[in-house]
Design a protein. Structure first.
Length: 252
């Protein structure tokens, strides 16, 4: 019950005594009131008797209007948390211009990070995390990628022939699928985003490699892997990642 509804119930008691308000709260002590509701009532009935009832832990309800961090030791908040992750795809640019498509470097590679914290510490997963208050899901996906990986090349770079080679990320601004992360003490609904590494074709370098990145924030390691490699090492990959990458490859 919110504060305004509770005030409506107590309005009939305002013309009698505070003791009556106290008695009503005692009879309805099974109700749980949020912080805002308790403040409303105490401002209308500034009495030690009323305050005594409303400040008991048994009548205090966990607020769900403000996001809070979740851990394996915390009690379930009652609703899932919104989160994002990013499928980052790198393709050797020579795949489309030469016949070297059978080489290992020609296969598409995907960015994974090794988790440095619980949940799933030590497992490999997509870069991602919780959406922060006030940001869009796409903004959250971009922020999480920046926080967990460093060493991305500049938007443009000059090679030995003084030509400019683009090397930025091309984002799809909307989720292409969603997944769930459910475990002991946590439940995330994860919006999956897609970004592609754009690179130019260097005729002198047939076996081009994806950007050499370093882990940051709560990532312990970072690497680029083919889908076949990810499938064959699925025991070290967090649940759902293989299916999400397969979905991205199908749509690509």
């Amino acid at each position: 019950m919110n504060g305004l509804a509770l005030l409506g119930w107590l309005a009939t008691l305002a013309t009698t005594t505070t003791t009556d308000a106290f008695s009503w709260l005692q009879m309805n002590r099974a109700l749980r009131f949020s912080t805002a509701a308790r403040r409303h009532v105490l401002s209308r009935f500034p009495s030690p008797l009323v305050s005594r009832v409303l400040t008991r832990p048994s009548v205090q309800k966990q607020d769900t209007t403000t996001p809070r961090a979740m851990s394996s030791s915390s009690s379930p908040p009652g609703i899932p948390q919104a989160a994002v992750s990013v499928v980052v795809r790198y393709q050797n640019p020579h795949t489309n211009t030469t016949t070297t498509t059978t080489s290992a470097a020609a296969a598409a590679q995907y960015l994974l990070i090794q988790r440095g914290k619980e949940p799933s510490k030590g497992m490999w997963s997509l870069a991602g995390g919780r959406i922060e208050w006030g940001e869009t899901a796409w903004e959250g996906a971009q922020r999480e990628l920046r926080e967990e990986t460093t060493g991305w090349p500049d938007t443009t770079r000059s090679d030995s022939t003084t030509t400019t080679t683009p090397s930025c990320l091309q984002w799809h601004p909307y989720p292409f699928t969603s997944s769930d992360g459910i475990g002991s003490g946590y439940h995330y609904v994860i919006s999956q985003f897609f970004a592609q590494v754009l690179v130019g074709v260097d005729p002198q370098e047939q076996e081009q490699q994806p950007p050499a990145l370093q882990p940051a924030d709560d990532a312990a390691a970072v690497g680029w892997f083919t889908l076949d490699h990810i499938r064959s090492h699925s025991h070290n990959i967090t649940t759902g990642v293989v299916r999400v990458i397969e979905r991205a490859e199908t749509l690509y």
